[in-house]
Write a protein that binds this ligand. Sequence first.
Ligand code: HEC
Length: 106
Amino acid sequence: MKSVSFALAGLLCAGLFNTAAAAGKTGAEVGQSCVMCHGENGLSSMPGTPSLAGQSEIYLSSQLKQFRDGKRHNEVMNVIAKPLSDAEIDAVSAWFAQFEVVLKKR
Ligand code: HEC
């Protein structure tokens, strides 16, 4: 019985923590930890690191959830996505998706 209530307490805490994180962090705030690799506003100039700016919100959030849940494999992104809640993933995906990328010939 004791272990059941401990498990429940753990679930409750995890739920509270996720809600607090979601309420406290906007997409722009989460995004600040991404731009050093993915570039300012998600426009990457680093080979091997894709641009996030202007990609679809649905694509970004599904890729982040796959990294977090170990379904898409990349050493760096698996570690970065691990602590993100669903709400943080949705918020940061919407933030990067809001930018419009305009293409022109070099
Ligand atoms: C230390 C560098 C680094 C940081 C910091 C970083 N990323 Fe990444 N990210 C990468 C690399 C490298 C890849 C390419 C992975 C691959 O080849 O599969 C990637 C891939 C991605 C992809 C897949 C894009 C696509 O087109 O399929 C998404 C989405 C993503 N990152 C989101 C984020 C978000 C959101 C953050 C911040 C919370 C973040 N990344 C922080 C290096 C980084």
